[in-house]
Design a protein around this ligand. Structure first.
Ligand code: 5AD
Ligand code: SF4
Length: 523
């Protein structure tokens, strides 16, 4: 949806807010999904894979004119906000944007729910347990809302893009004042105003992907590392995944806006940026006026004077030779690639619609290792995809070893409403899936421990991020390959990159000693 369409729909939306008083004619507990359907007629369609796949190339507009009105800049004065974030880096970064907007509205941040005047739950829909956590939290907030009726409780992020979730909140969780989607973040000031003054339960969720809003304010978490969105949405439609529905179609930010943001961060003294997208390798494929892809962007970002550049997440299908060539040049482009494989079985990969085979993946790994011999590869794996056989699971185990992943995020498949895989019958019992996850995790731990052992006695470069959570006399930071290192040193080096000699390796972290002089080996 573009801004023009939004304005047109805004007039209809007025009538869409639930007025808690006037809706008393039918008790909420007796209302059915149809009673809530009107929320979605113009603004929302439930996930529909067929429709989504036919996404048009409607022009995405880029807006540079976001502003918080003078009136809204006063509205949060003397008040506090709390945002709880669930899920991926994309959500973490959206939270930074919402914190930026709320700060412009005069609100101050708090970590205490008791002190907050507005609490937002920025939710994740990727697996069922992520959703359960949020519903648990919504329940916990009910007594606080009863105690403080003016408290505004909002639910946003990926869960609010799902009609079933919105219905459940409307029916069962009247303590929630505000529900808005991933495409509606820039509308936060208006939505809060509406929630405050109309005393209505406000719902604004667009199913059609939004435009790109460039100049949103951000309150970044820390001054050392920063996330930079390079694109939004995903068009890959892996059959298990809800993201193409919750985040909309792929839309790339203009290169000049990204480069300018990274330059600005470098000038502010940030040491590391992570370029963010659900599928960063598809960057630029949606430009119709520009032949400029992810490799080109990395090349341009590599010229900026910032010590470390990472990116996440890659899709093996779009990982082309040009990209490998540019990564191989090194510089500030770090040689750690997170490359989700999801399964080692070509049969399962086909059912997942990943568009590559086990052999394709191994060939890509071979090319990457040839070009970047010291590369570190990590991955995501799903076990227990519907009807995955023991042999197919074993193929994942052997692939894990063959590639030599240094770590992996592992998940049991979780059916998501509206995705093709969720419609499949599944013969594999839960305890078999759990047992497979257990076996896989044992292998992941073993490979991680082995990769850590390699560093014993070596010197690594560590970006010092702060004191260790467990012991404030110990500093902690990350190597170029994203390994945590704990070591003693003065607080004055927080925020800089220092050499640390590794003394001993644990499964998931390294211990070391600060060294004054640089001695080779990349970390
Ligand atoms: N069930 C389990 N894991 C999933 N992921 C995505 N969708 C699902 C699902 N339905 C995992 C994938 C992805 C990571 C972010 O989450 O491994 O790479
Ligand atoms: Fe989901 Fe990633 Fe597949 Fe996109 S590429 S559908 S975000 S798993």
């Amino acid at each position: 949806m573009n801004e023009q369409q939004r304005k047109e729909q805004a007039q209809i939306k007025q009538g869409l807010s639930v007025d808690k008083k006037s809706s008393q004619d039918i008790p909420l507990s007796e209302k059915t999904t149809e009673d809530f359907a009107h929320y979605f007629q113009t603004t929302y369609e439930p996930p529909d894979i067929k429709k989504a796949r036919k996404r048009g190339r409607d022009k995405v507009e880029v807006h540079y004119d976001f502003e918080v009105s003078d009136k809204m800049q006063q509205i949060g004065k003397g008040k506090k906000f709390l945002i709880r974030t669930y899920g991926c880096q994309m959500n973490e970064h959206d939270t930074e944007v919402m914190a930026g907007i709320l700060t412009e509205m005069g609100y101050e941040a708090t970590l205490e729910a008791q002190d907050a005047d507005i609490i937002l739950l920025n939710t994740c829909a990727i697996r069922e347990n992520a959703e359960n956590k949020v519903f648990g939290e919504i329940g916990h907030l009910k007594p606080l809302k009863l105690e403080k009726p003016d408290l505004i409780i909002g639910v946003c992020g990926c869960m609010s893009q799902q009609e079933s979730v919105v219905n459940k909140i409307l029916q069962k969780h009247q303590q929630v004042d505000l529900i808005f989607g991933t495409h509606n973040i820039h509308r936060l000031p208006n939505l809060i105003e509406e929630a405050m003054f109309s005393k209505a339960q406000v719902v604004e969720v667009w199913s059609k992907e939004g435009d790109i809003i460039e100049n949103l304010p951000k309150v970044r978490h820390g001054k050392i590392k920063a996330w930079v969105n390079i694109m939004y949405g995903c068009d890959k439609f892996c059959t298990y995944c809800i993201v193409p529905m919750t985040r909309g179609k792929e839309r790339s930010r203009r290169p000049e806006d990204i480069v300018q943001e990274v330059r600005h961060l470098a000038a502010q003294g940030y040491q590391e940026v992570t370029l963010l997208g659900q599928n960063v390798n598809a960057y630029g494929k949606d430009f119709d006026d520009l032949d400029y892809q992810f490799g080109d962007l990395l090349e341009d970002v590599s010229k900026i004077d910032i010590p470390r550049v990472r990116f996440t997440t890659s899709h093996p299908r779009d990982f082309d030779d040009k990209l490998i060539e540019i990564l191989a040049k090194g510089g500030n482009l770090l040689d750690h690639i997170h490359l989700p494989v999801q399964s080692g079985s070509s049969h399962i990969l086909r059912k997942m619609n990943r568009k590559y085979t086990r052999e394709d993946y191994l060939e890509l790994v071979r090319k990457i290792k040839n070009a970047i011999p010291n590369v570190t590869l990590t991955t995501d794996i799903i076990v227990g995809f519907p009807n995955e056989t023991e042999e197919q699971f074993e193929e994942t185990m052997t692939l894990m070893e063959e590639v030599g992943f240094e770590s992996a995020y592992t998940f049991i498949y979780s059916p998501r409403d509206g995705t093709p895989a969720a419609a499949q019958q599944d013969d594999i019992p839960d305890d078999v899936k759990k047992e497979r996850l257990h076996r896989l995790n044992a292998l992941v731990n073993q490979q991680s421990a082995e990769s850590m052992k390699y560093y014993e006695g070596k010197v690594v470069k560590v970006l010092v991020e702060g004191e260790s959570k467990k012991d404030d006399t110990v500093l902690a930071g990350y190597t170029e390959k994203n390994k945590v290192v704990n070591f003693k040193g003065p607080r004055s080096i927080i925020g800089s990159i220092v050499d640390v000699k590794v003394t001993d390796a644990k499964t998931w972290s390294l211990n070391g000693e600060l060294v004054k002089k640089t001695v080779g080996v990349n970390g």
